[in-house]
Design a protein around this ligand. Structure first.
Ligand SMILES: Cc1ncc(COP(=O)(O)O)c(C=O)c1O
Length: 813
C-alpha cells in the first residue's frame, strides 16, 4: 500500500463517487449496492487509510458506510464529493446541500475554501474520540486570519501508526509526540505496509548518542523519534509532556526541536507555523522579486536590465512580450541592495545555500550556474594536485576527464561491467575498486591515491550503494575522498528509500556508524582476520571475500555534484555541489573557494540561482509526494507494457535481472517496487546495485528499427514524445517530478499505435531476414590502457592525462 497510497486513496474515493452517483441518480436498487463488493472493499480500505490523513478521518468513512446502509445515497454522495474535490485540489465542492450540514461541517467548508497552503501535523498519543474533538476545537480556536498557513492534525495512537502515517501521507510536515502512545497498531494493514513499518523501525543506527536517562519511557520516545527522523528528516519533531518535563527536556532535546507542556498550545501553534514559514522562505528568490519592484537607475552593465534596451526598441519588443517584463526587471548585475554575490556570498545567496544544505543533508552546499560539467571541475580542482592519483569510472561524464587534464592528476580508470546485449555499460563492481586499491597498496603507492569518482546513478539508472563503497574503500585507504557525480540523482534525497543511496545520506550514516561501540568492536575483530600474526596484511582474497569495516577514525570526506535541473525544479544549468567533509576547514575550504572562483562566471545568471532557491522550497515541502508519485507512475508504465498483449509482444521492459548481473544483487526481485515499497526497501538496503524505478529502459529489437530511428522518426516526429537516450536496441524513458498521469496514458497510447504499425510491417517482411536491431550485438569495446609513453609505471593503470591530451591536440595539427 505505501508505494501508491496516494493513488489508492484517490482511486478509492473516485470509485465510490462513481458507484454511489449511479445509486443516487438512477433507479438501480439497493441490491445492486449489496452485490457491488468493490464499494465495500473500498470503504474498508479507506477506513484504514483515512486514519493517516487529516480532515475526514475514519469516522467520516464510517458515517458514509452508515448512510449507504440506510439508503441515503444523496447525502453519502455529497460527502464523498467533498473528499474527491479536496483530493483534486478544488477548494469548493459542487452545490453542498446546506440542510444536511451540522456546525462542524459548516466550519470544514470554510476551511476547504481557505486558499492558504495547508499542511498536516501528526500527533502520536493514545486518545479518545473526545480528546480528538478537543484537539480539533482548540486548533480551530487558535487558527487566526493572520496565519500564513493552515494545518490540521492527524492523530494516531501508536508508534507503528506514526511510521505508517509518515510513510503514506506526504502532507505531514511536523510531528508532535506525547509519551502516552502505544507500540503496535490495531489497524488491519496490508502486508506491504506492515513490512515497511518493520523495516523502517529496524533500520535506525543504534547507540550513537545514548540518552542520559535509562527510563524505558524515554527510550521508547527516543526510538520513535529516531525512526521518524530517519524516514523523513525534513519533519520537525516536538515533544509534549506533562510531568517531569525538565528531566525529559535534558534527555531528549537532541532529537526534538522543542519540548512543550500540554498547556502550551498557543506556543506550539506558533512554533509550527513559524517552522513552516522557514521552509517556505526563499531568501534569494525573494530578494530578486524585491529588486524587480524597486525603482533603480542602471549605470552599469546589462542593457536588458529593467527592460532598458528592449521595451523602447522597435525591433526586439517581442522578447519582453514572450518572456514577460519580469524577466527583464529581475535581470541585474547588482550584488547589493538586498542581492548578493555568488563568488563571495554573505547575504541572500549564502542563506539560500545554507537552506539547500539543510534540505539535502549536506554540511555545505554551493550553487553552480554552469551545470554539473562545471561543478565536477570545481571539485576536482579543489581536491587534486598534479600527480595525485584519482580512480575514475571510465564511463563518467566528460567533465571528469577534462578536470583530470586541468589538474594534472593521474587517472586510474575503472571498468564498469558491460551490458553487451543492450550496448551500454553498467556500473563498477566493488570488488574491482577494492582490487585496484589493494594493487596500489601492494606497489607501495597507496598514498598517491587521493580520490575516487563514480557516477551515481548512471544515465541508465543503475544505482550504487555509496555507504558500502565508501566503507570498504576507507577500510583500505582511510583518508580517501569521494566525489559522487549525482547529476541524475538529486531527487533521490526526498524519498525514504532512495535517500539512503545518496552520497550525503550515506556519509551521515557512515559517520554515525563509525562512532558506535559495536562498530569499533567489529572493526577490531575483522582486523585480526585481515592481518597475519606479524601484522602484515593477509592475501587479497581475504580482503576481497569480506565486507570490509573501516577504522573508527577513518575520515568522512564526501562531495556530491547534482544537476538539480535534470530531475527537480530549476532552470537549465542550475546545479549544486554538496559537501560532507570532516576535514573541510583544514584541508579543503580554501582550495575549494579558489576553484569555485576559477570556474564561476563573474556574471552568474540570477534567474538560475532564484530557481535553485525556490526549487529547494518545493522539495522540502512536497518533495516526498512528488518523488513517490513519480516512482508510482513509472511503475504503472512498466506494468502497462508488461500486461498489454500487443505491447508485451513488441517491447520488453528491462528489469534489475537484465541490468545488474546476478552476482551483484541479493534481493532477487526483478522490479522490486512493483511488489510494494517493502520489497524496494529491502533491495535498496541490501543489493550492491539497484535500478532506479523512475527510469524505464525498453528493449525494442522486435520493432525492427534501431534506437535512434525509434526516437527521432517514431516518437518525436510522429507523436512529439521526447526521449534522450537510446542504444542500438533500447530506448530509455525517464519520468520526473513533472510527469503526470495523463502523460503516461498518452505514452502508452502511442506505444500501442507504434506496436500495431511495427507488427503490420513485420507481417509483410521476409521472415528469413532479420532486421539489423535483431542481429547479435558485438561486444562493447575494451579500454586500451595508457600507452607506455604516458603510463606512470607500467604496472598500475594510471597515467599522465594532461600530456596525452595536449599531445593529441597538437598531433592533429
Ligand atoms: C553523469 C553526468 N555528469 C555530469 C553531467 C553534466 O551535467 P550538466 O548538463 O548539468 O552540465 C551529465 C550530463 O548529462 C551527466 O550525465
Amino acid at each position: 500500500m505505501p508505494a501508491s497510497s496516494w493513488r489508492l486513496r484517490s482511486d478509492a474515493w473516485e470509485y465510490l463517487r462513481f458507484a454511489v452517483k449511479r445509486l443516487a441518480t438512477d433507479s438501480e436498487t439497493a441490491d445492486a449496492l449489496a452485490t457491488d463488493g468493490e464499494v465495500h472493499r473500498n470503504l474498508r480500505a479507506l477506513e484504514t487509510i483515512e486514519l493517516y490523513w487529516a480532515g475526514f478521518g475514519q469516522r467520516y468513512v464510517a458515517a458514509i458506510a452508515e448512510l449507504l446502509e440506510a439508503g441515503d445515497y444523496r447525502t453519502a454522495l455529497d460527502r464523498i464529493g467533498r473528499v474527491v474535490h479536496r483530493l483534486r485540489h478544488d477548494t469548493v465542492p459542487d452545490e453542498p446541500r446546506d440542510e444536511y450540514l451540522d456546525e462542524s461541517e459548516r466550519a470544514e467548508f470554510a476551511v476547504d475554501a481557505d486558499p492558504r497552503p495547508r499542511f498536516e501535523v501528526l500527533v502520536v498519543d493514545e486518545t479518545t474520540a473526545q480528546d480528538r474533538d478537543g484537539l480539533r476545537t482548540e486548533l480551530l480556536r487558535l487558527r487566526g486570519p493572520a496565519d500564513d498557513f493552515v494545518y490540521d492534525y492527524v492523530v494516531v495512537p501508536s508508534a507503528d501508526d506514526a511510521v505508517a502515517a509518515v510513510l503514506t501521507n506526504p502532507n505531514i510536515l511536523a510531528c508532535v509526540v506525547r509519551p502516552g502512545f502505544s507500540e503496535h497498531t490495531r489497524q488491519r494493514l496490508s502486508r506491504d505496509l506492515q513490512e515497511s513499518i518493520r523495516l523502517a523501525r529496524a533500520e535506525v543506527v543504534r547507540g550513537t548518542a545514548p540518552a542520559r536517562s535509562s527510563l524505558a519511557s524515554v527510550q521508547r520516545v527516543l526510538g520513535l523519534a529516531d525512526t521518524l527522523a530517519a524516514i523523513r528528516p525534513e519533519l520537525d519533531l516536538y515533544l509534549v509532556a506533562g510531568a517531569h518535563i525538565e528531566d525529559l527536556a535534558g534527555a531528549l532535546t537532541r532529537r526534538f526541536r522543542r519540548v512543550f507542556r500540554r498547556e502550551d498550545q498557543l506556543e506550539l501553534h506558533l512554533t509550527l507555523l513559524r517552522r513552516v514559514s522557514h521552509l517556505y522562505d526563499t531568501p534569494f528568490f525573494s530578494a530578486i522579486q524585491d529588486h524587480a519592484r524597486r525603482p533603480v537607475g542602471v549605470f552599469h552593465a546589462l542593457p536588458v536590465a529593467r527592460g532598458g534596451s528592449v521595451v523602447a526598441s522597435k525591433w526586439i519588443r517581442d522578447l519582453a512580450d514572450f518572456y514577460g517584463l519580469n524577466l527583464l526587471l529581475a535581470e541585474t548585475s547588482a550584488t547589493s541592495g538586498g542581492l548578493d554575490s555568488l563568488l563571495a556570498p554573505t547575504g541572500a545567496i549564502k542563506k539560500a545555500q545554507d537552506l539547500a544544505a539543510r534540505a539535502y543533508g549536506a554540511k555545505h552546499t554551493f550553487f553552480v550556474t554552469n551545470g554539473t560539467s562545471t561543478a565536477n571541475k570545481i571539485v576536482h580542482q579543489a581536491l587534486m594536485a598534479p600527480n595525485d592519483v584519482v580512480l575514475v569510472d571510465r564511463n563518467c561524464h566528460k567533465s571528469h576527464h577534462h578536470a583530470v587534464m586541468l589538474t594534472g592528476a593521474r587517472p586510474a580508470y575503472l571498468e564498469a561491467y558491460p551490458l553487451n546485449d543492450f550496448a551500454f555499460y553498467g556500473a563498477v563492481p566493488i570488488d574491482r575498486i577494492k582490487q585496484l586499491l589493494l594493487d596500489y597498496r601492494a606497489q607501495g603507492r597507496l598514498d598517491e591515491v587521493r580520490m575516487i569518482t563514480l557516477t551515481n546513478c548512471t544515465f541508465d539508472g543503475i544505482v550504487y550503494d555509496p555507504e558500502r563503497v565508501m566503507a570498504e574503500c576507507l577500510a583500505i585507504k582511510p583518508d580517501l575522498v569521494f566525489l559522487w557525480d549525482e547529476a541524475w540523482f538529486a531527487f533521490a534525497a526526498f524519498h525514504p528509500v532512495t535517500r539512503r543511496r545518496t552520497a550525503m545520506a550515506a556519509a551521515k550514516r557512515l559517520e554515525q556508524q563509525l562512532g558506535t561501540t559495536d562498530h569499533a568492536a567489529a572493526h577490531r575483530a575483522q582486523q585480526e582476520r585481515l592481518h597475519g600474526a606479524d601484522g602484515s596484511p593477509a592475501g587479497d582474497e581475504v580482503w576481497l571475500s569480506e565486507r570490509l569495516i573501516p577504522a573508527p577514525d577513518a575520515r568522512i570526506r564526501v562531495y556530491a555534484t547534482q544537476s538539480t535541473h535534470k530531475t527537480l525544479t530549476a532552470l537549465r544549468q542550475g546545479s549544486m555541489i554538496h559537501v560532507y567533509d570532516q576535514d573541510w576547514v583544514r584541508d579543503a575550504e580554501e582550495p575549494f573557494h579558489e576553484a569555485y572562483m576559477t570556474h564561476t562566471s563573474t556574471s552568474p545568471n540570477y534567474q538560475i540561482l532564484a530557481s535553485l532557491d525556490i526549487g529547494r522550497r518545493q522539495v522540502e515541502l512536497e518533495g516526498f509526494e512528488l518523488v513517490q508519485r513519480q516512482l508510482d507512475l513509472a511503475t504503472s508504465l512498466s506494468q502497462a507494457i508488461a500486461r498489454h498483449p500487443l505491447l508485451r509482444r513488441t517491447f520488453r521492459v528491462l528489469t534489475a535481472h537484465d541490468l545488474v548481473p546476478a552476482a551483484h544483487r541479493e534481493a532477487g526481485r526483478p522490479m522490486p517496487l512493483r511488489d510494494g515499497l517493502a520489497s524496494m526497501w529491502e533491495a535498496w538496503a541490501t543489493d550492491e546495485f539497484v535500478v532506479d524505478p523512475s527510469r524505464i529502459t525498453i528493449e525494442i529489437s522486435r520493432t525492427g528499427v534501431d534506437g535512434d530511428t525509434f526516437k527521432h522518426e517514431h516518437l518525436m516526429d510522429r507523436y512529439g514524445i521526447q526521449v534522450n537516450k537510446t542504444s542500438r536496441n533500447t530506448v530509455l524513458f525517464m519520468t520526473n517530478i513533472g510527469t503526470s498521469r495523463s502523460a503516461i496514458a498518452y505514452l502508452i497510447e502511442v506505444l500501442v499505435k507504434l506496436a500495431e504499425r511495427f507488427e503490420e510491417a513485420r507481417a509483410q517482411q521476409d521472415p528469413d531476414l532479420l532486421s539489423a536491431a535483431e542481429t547479435d550485438m558485438p561486444p562493447l569495446p575494451d579500454f586500451s590502457a595508457f600507452s607506455a609513453r604516458y603510463a606512470t609505471d607500467g604496472v598500475l593503470p594510471d597515467g599522465d592525462m594532461r600530456a596525452a591530451f595536449f599531445r593529441g591536440q597538437h598531433a592533429v595539427g
